[in-house]
Design a protein around this ligand. Structure first.
Ligand code: SF4
Length: 476
């Protein structure tokens, strides 16, 4: 099963800002459940609450009431770099030479260790293992007095993926790295006129705007900084020379909600189309098309529509079951999968079924799901995967395994993969088909986890023993 990454949400210029951020983070909870946090300001102080667990579990009325002010940023975290301890929970904050600063970061800085080493040599002290802390130090270290130029100078030192929200007593600054790996949208509550003081909202996914009754204005562009202050809103470039976009196609495949428009594409439409193409390229006679919920649902609807095979919710997801460590001492086999999915016997027993999932990473979860479905004696199980085969690790904020662990890298043919996971047949969409048929422009997307062509330098990972994982770096 894929691990999700992070979500960020911020709001500038509204009373009780932290309550709006709380609602936004709740909406973005699917992007990370390990930790969450909000920092707010009333223009005098920064107020901070961060903790482990989900937003509704951690925050209560007392914590939200503490977060005073008209500006706030928040974060939900799945750890990508650094362990999942409280010390790595975000937003991170510090009192620096530029005043008090808080940062919420989605992505992964690929030259973080290099920067960290050089800053430590200069006497800087780090409090966490998070790559995001280097950004804070760089801003503090920047050879400028003001926060805007200091941020821009700091961002220019970074390689890799960052969608960021920075909060100071006077500013919220939003930024997206020059290649635009991770999404970030900007909305407003109010008139929508650029020169009028108004409430500005930022979110990893635009469909979160609905919950705070905001209207989308635009995506923060790759290589763009948006500066919100009493002086109004300013848009500026991070680096002078524009590069090609390399947005993460997995945001469309898996991470984002179907209701979001990510990189100018409605996620629902993208997944539905992939389902249709899978049905066209890998047809099979069957009684039901059954999704692995939730992320396989839209592709399964597309498969069903194109093939004419009825759609059925043959696996029900137990949304209210969190992680549990209480299990009979006589271990229940595949306990985690059984806690998460409940198979519907009447839709499976004696039937030929097409099972649709968003992706296969190591193959262990697919294997367990198929084993559970098999135990109800279907006639046939045909597995269809709504992404190309994942063959390479991601260094931009997604937790895939090393190349050796990735199933599509270990096994060469669909027949071998089908045998490993226990299906009667397997079909994946190809990289070419995915780009040709879904109306997105191949050149604007990172697809390194499929083809190994990483769009940034990855010197550090070579040093750290990933040399077998990087076939081609320094491409641009
Ligand atoms: S390697 Fe894959 S998951 Fe990582 S940013 Fe690129 S497309 Fe996204």
């Amino acid at each position: 099963m894929l691990k999700e990454e992070c979500g960020i949400f911020g709001i500038y210029g509204i009373p009780e800002a932290s309550r709006y951020v709380y609602l936004g983070l709740n909406f973005l909870q699917h992007r990370g459940q390990e930790a969450c946090g909000i920092v707010s300001t009333d223009g005098r102080y920064l107020y901070k609450q961060v903790g482990l667990g989900k937003v509704t579990d951690f925050f209560d009325e007392e914590k939200i009431s503490y977060l005073e002010g008209t500006k706030a940023i928040g974060h939900v975290r799945y750890s990508t770099t650094g362990s999942s301890t409280l010390i790595n929970a975000q937003p991170i904050s510090a009192v620096t030479s530029k005043g008090a600063i808080a940062i919420a970061h989605n992505g992964n800085i690929t030259n973080a260790s290099e920067i960290r080493e050089s800053l430590i040599k200069k006497g800087k002290i780090f409090h966490s293992t998070s790559d995001s802390e280097v950004i804070l130090h760089l801003i503090s270290d920047a050879p400028f007095e003001d926060i805007v130029n200091s941020c821009r100078w700091a961002f220019r030192q970074l390689e890799g993926a960052y969608s960021l929200l920075i909060l100071t007593r006077d500013f919220i600054i939003a930024a997206r790295d020059p290649l635009g790996f991770r999404p970030l949208s900007m909305g407003y509550i109010g008139s929508g006129l650029l020169d009028e003081p108004e409430t500005i909202v930022f979110s990893s996914e635009d469909s979160a705007f609905t919950i705070v009754e905001a209207t989308k204005r635009k995506d923060v562009n790759p290589n763009e900084m948006v500066v919100c202050s009493q002086a109004g809103i300013n848009f500026m470039k991070i680096v002078d020379k524009e590069s090609e976009k390399k947005q993460c196609v997995f945001e469309l495949i898996y991470f984002s909600k179907p209701s979001s428009v990510v990189f100018d594409k409605l996620v629902y439409d993208f997944r539905f189309k992939i389902g249709e193409i899978l049905a066209k390229e890998f047809p099979v006679e069957a009684d039901y098309v059954i999704p692995v919920p939730d992320s396989g649902i839209v592709a399964a609807l597309g498969y069903s529509k194109y093939s004419g095979i009825p759609f059925a919710m043959g696996l029900i997801r137990s949304h209210y079951i969190g992680r549990t460590f209480i299990e009979p001492s006589q271990k229940i086999r595949d306990f985690g999968v059984k806690m998460k999915f409940i198979p519907v016997r009447e839709l499976i027993e004696g039937k030929r079924i097409v099972l649709i999932d968003d992706s296969i990473v190591r193959g262990t979860t697919s294997k367990k799901i198929i084993k559970m479905v098999r135990s109800l004696n279907p006639k046939e199980i045909h597995f269809r995967v709504a992404s190309p085969p994942v063959k390479n690790p991601c260094f931009y904020g997604i937790d895939f395994s090393t190349r050796e662990e990735l199933l599509a890298n270990k096994l060469n043919t669909f027949e071998e993969i089908a045998e490993f996971i226990g299906a009667d047949s397997v079909g994946y969409i190809s990289v070419e088909s995915m780009f040709e048929n879904t109306g997105i422009n191949k050149k604007d997307f990172c697809k390194a986890c499929f083809d190994g062509l990483y769009p940034t330098k990855l010197r550090e990972f070579k040093k750290e023993g990933f040399e077998n994982d990087i076939k081609q770096d320094d491409i641009r």
